[in-house]
Design a protein around this ligand. Structure first.
Ligand code: BGC
Length: 426
């Protein structure tokens, strides 16, 4: 079966993970704090801020027709109220490069990192953050909206809920610091550390403070309200200044499966990850679905990965069937769906090929059953900075030698590109 005309085939990145030198961000500060939980700092990352033209051209040459990337708040507004015209001009060049290469841009306005100054105000637990975020979105969309057909306001607005669940299943809620130290790696589905810091901030060289509350990963009730309000206000701002742009947010949606006795727990997990967010999505144009694996919920909570399962570099199960399952469940949002992330961390690229093959077979079956899926954006274009895990996990379609910044296309990239060119699996 062929995929629908104008199906988006692409790769996704996030600014902080690829651009390099994101020095005005909260993450940069935390990476450089003494006792930082990060395996290593992001540093120059993939130097994508400078090399974006070559990277975009590579994606187009592979046969892809879409590129998801972030317009980084910490660059556009590095100080509270100061808008960097240079940063806006840069992102106009990125958008123009996409247009010239025939890639439909899907822009993310917030992908985990925030301006450092926001943490001084209380970050994602501060009641004024929705207005600040909406003002930044208004600025970006006023200046660049003419080149932006799709915008995701907030990446994984439910990431705090995902993390809370992982920590609870590790029995570690009472001791976040310990959980963080024991965490396998990364952010999606992994513990992160630290108690809310209130008005505190962090500077390079400081002792890493407890600052969960200031990050998007906070899972307090206050943070839930701040994050969902931020999305609603941002959507309003986008609509006002760039009415032709389609707007949505993205959610991290694990395939939640019930083991015997875990039915109620599984229902609760899905409600936390998905259903609680539905009121905020009301009025969106699409939902970005991000999926990496499944979780199985038993009578005692999330069950460990089965002993005989293949496990990825992130410690979770190789389970590409999850994507189709999650897309079907996500239809409950009543919105067109776009796969804004799906991928696997592995050094064995043949497993990435297999992962893509199986995940897309699931998407194809969903389409055949009438599920409205508009695109598949693979995570990720380049081997990049996987948050607390540093550069060790490799999610990229394209390898990056960070000493030279040389790119090497992997077989999985050609495989996905071939599917995109044919608009069909075989
Ligand atoms: C995030 C990415 C991250 C990926 C792989 C997603 O949760 O949006 O930033 O790199 O998962 O862990």
């Amino acid at each position: 079966m062929a995929f629908p005309d104008r199906f988006l085939w692409g790769a996704a990145t996030a600014a902080h993970q690829v651009e390099g030198d994101n020095i005005s961000s909260d993450f940069w500060a935390l990476e450089h704090a003494t006792g930082s939980p990060f395996a290593e700092p992001s540093g120059a990352a993939c130097d994508h801020y400078r090399l974006f033209r070559q990277d975009i051209a590579m994606l187009a040459e592979l046969g892809l027709n879409s590129y998801r990337f972030t317009i980084e708040w910490a660059r556009v507004e590095p100080e509270d109220g100061f808008v960097s015209r240079a940063a806006l001009a840069h992102y106009r060049e990125v958008l123009e490069a996409c247009q010239a290469a025939g890639l439909t841009p899907v822009v993310t306005l917030h992908h985990f990192s925030s301006p450092h100054w926001l943490t001084r105000l209380g970050g994602w637990e501060y009641e004024g953050t929705p207005e600040r975020f909406a003002a930044y979105c208004r600025t970006v969309m006023t200046e660049l909206g003419d080149l932006i057909p799709y915008v995701c306001t907030i990446n994984e607005a439910n990431i705090g809920r995902v993390i809370r669940r992982i920590m609870a299943s590790a029995g570690a809620v009472a001791d976040r610091r310990k959980a963080m130290e024991q965490a396998p790696v990364g952010l999606d589905g992994r513990p992160e550390g630290a108690e809310p810091a209130g008005q505190d901030s962090v500077h390079a060289g400081d002792q890493a403070p407890d600052m969960t509350g200031v990050f998007l990963f906070s899972f307090s009730d206050a943070a839930f309200d701040v994050i969902t309000d931020a999305h609603v206000l941002a959507r309003k701002a986008v609509r006002e200044v760039s009415p032709q742009t389609r707007v949505g947010l993205t959610l991290a949606l694990q395939d939640v499966q019930a083991l015997p006795g875990g039915e109620k727990g599984a229902e609760e997990a899905w409600a936390e990850l998905f259903e609680d967010f539905l009121p905020a999505l009301d009025g969106d144009d699409f939902l970005g679905v991000q999926n990496y694996s499944r979780i199985r919920v038993g009578p005692d909570g999330t069950a460990p990965v089965p002993d005989d399962a293949e496990v990825t570099q992130m410690g979770y199960e190789f389970y590409p069937q999850a994507l189709g399952n999650v897309l079907r469940r996500a239809t409950a949002a009543g919105l067109p769906l776009m796969v804004t992330e799906n991928g696997i961390a592995t050094d064995d690229d043949s497993r990435r090929v297999e992962f893509i093959r199986q995940a897309l077979a699931g998407v194809e079956r969903c389409l055949a059953d009438g599920v409205d899926v508009r695109g598949y954006l693979h995570w990720t274009a380049l081997d990049n900075f996987e948050w607390m895990a540093g550069y060790r996990p490799r999610f990229g379609l394209i390898a990056v030698d960070r000493a030279t910044q040389r790119r090497t296309v992997k077989d999985s990239a050609r495989f996905l590109g071939g599917i995109a060119r044919r608009n069909a699996l075989d």
